[in-house]
Design a protein around this ligand. Structure first.
Ligand code: PLP
Length: 427
């Protein structure tokens, strides 16, 4: 155990998730690579934790941050804040939500918390619909709507949550159904649930479940849900914390894979927009956002330094068409990983879109989840010089691949080769 790890264990909570038996201290990064304290170089196939959206140490972002920090780091949203208004305008326009208002927070959790507060106030109900296997953050209300209970450290919650099917298809009663059958079964489940209760305030859902192992529903699922929700006056909140900003390649937002439903009533974002600076937020129609009749503030939400980072990062992303890159390079990577998986006994499925790719592991020769195998592959990949993630909860058997969106074809091939060796080593 390194000295830093011993000190970490002595002072930080036991429940703070940490990867690897011998955890890595990362000291610096550049592009799609990071280096540890011993000087070992890694290809970062997890983009921090989907936070490094464009590239590590992107000069444009570093420059914007240091220039803004040189002027002023923080005052307060009690005063007018130009970078905050600039970024809010760009996000409102990109969101697809009509008459959009944006509220900035410092995390995805706080963004979801705010969306829940708005939905419950707007609809005067403290019931929420959430998806099984979902993850929405770690505040008291966010854990209360997190279906992936291994990431929900308390079962007490101020909200009443009802869980809906629509994610996992690799096992259980929904396995083996066609896309259309799966959607029909999930819609029936939702209708059945709503037949017995007063309408909840909202349904919150990740278009592709992140912590749940990049579990990807068929296109159109939320459009089908939306019809039912509309009949009952239930709002739709799309949690885009992992799926936003072009990561899924085909779409700028995850909800657009269900575009027949039109935009959601609210979307929440965080992770990649600041390229690692702590920005989260909610976008909502004005009538919903403004339904609160008391004053509110987030002391650090909208801080000028983070807003400057977000603006520079978003500008780079759009000017360099990183969404298009995610589609092209992600498409090649998915194909390559499917070809590798076809030769191996222990890979059940390669799923996802763009640069959000899940690799579901099973015990060879069975359909049983293989969380130990996933941990072994993580360790073996690290030896190869490749960082990847894994899915949480009952889906710890999924590897998660989400590199910065500037990944090159050569890096995708190099990473796929390293992952293939790791999968073979760990079998
Ligand atoms: N929502 C989703 C979909 C997430 O993946 C996460 C974090 O992983 C959150 C919300 C919470 O975000 P944060 O960790 O920034 O509070």
């Amino acid at each position: 155990m390194t000295d830093l790890y011993a000190r970490h264990k002595a002072v930080l909570p036991d429940w703070l998730a940490l990867y690897y038996e011998d955890p890595i201290e990362i000291t610096h990064g550049e592009g799609r690579h990071v280096w540890d304290a011993q000087g070992k170089k890694y290809l970062d196939f997890f983009g921090g934790i989907l936070t490094t959206m464009t590239a590590h140490a992107l000069p444009e972002v570093t420059k914007a941050v240091s220039e803004q920090a040189g002027r002023i780091i923080h005052t307060s949203t009690l005063y007018l804040n130009r970078p905050m208004v600039d970024l809010a305008e760009r996000i409102a326009q990109l969101s697809g939500i009509p008459d959009a208002r944006v509220f900035f927070t410092t995390s995805g959790t706080e963004a979801n918390d705010t969306a829940l507060m708005l939905a419950t106030a707007y609809r005067q109900s403290n019931q929420i619909l959430a998806m099984r296997n979902s993850y929405h953050g770690r505040s008291f209300s966010a854990v209360g709507i997190t279906g992936n209970k291994s990431w929900s450290p308390t079962s007490l919650s101020p909200l009443q949550t009802l869980y809906v099917h629509g994610g996992v298809r690799t096992r259980g009663p929904y396995a083996g159904l066609s896309d259309a059958e799966f959607i029909a079964a999930c819609v029936e489940d939702l209708k059945d649930l709503l037949g017995h209760i007063r309408p909840p305030a909202a349904l919150i859902a990740e278009p592709i479940q992140g912590v749940g192992g990049f579990t990807t529903p068929p296109d159109g699922l939320y459009a089908a849900f939306r019809e039912v929700l509309d009949e009952h006056g239930i709002l739709w909140i799309s949690d885009e914390v992992q799926t936003g900003w072009g990561r899924t390649g085909d779409h700028f937002w995850g909800w657009q894979a269900h575009a027949a439903a039109g935009p959601p009533d609210m979307l929440t974002f965080a992770k990649g927009i600041g390229n690692g600076m702590s920005i989260g937020g909610v976008v909502a129609r004005a009538e919903i956002m403004n339904c609160l009749d008391s004053n509110s503030i987030s002391t650090f939400g909208g801080s000028p330094v983070t807003m400057a980072a977000g603006l520079a990062n978003l500008t780079y992303l759009l000017e360099h068409d990183l969404q298009g890159n995610a589609r092209r390079v992600g498409g090649l990577l998915i194909e390559r990983l499917r070809a590798i998986a076809a030769q191996l006994d222990g890979v059940r499925e390669v799923r996802g879109r763009g640069l959000m790719i899940g690799v579901e592991l099973v015990r060879p020769g069975s359909d049983e989840a293989n969380p130990r195998g996933a941990s072994a592959v993580l360790e073996a990949a690290r030896e190869q010089g490749l960082l990847i993630g894994k899915g949480g909860g009952h889906n710890t058997s999924a590897l998660r691949i989400a590199p910065p969106l500037s990944l090159t074809v050569a890096e995708a091939e190099e990473g796929a080769a390293m992952l293939e060796r790791a999968l073979r080593c760990a079998q």
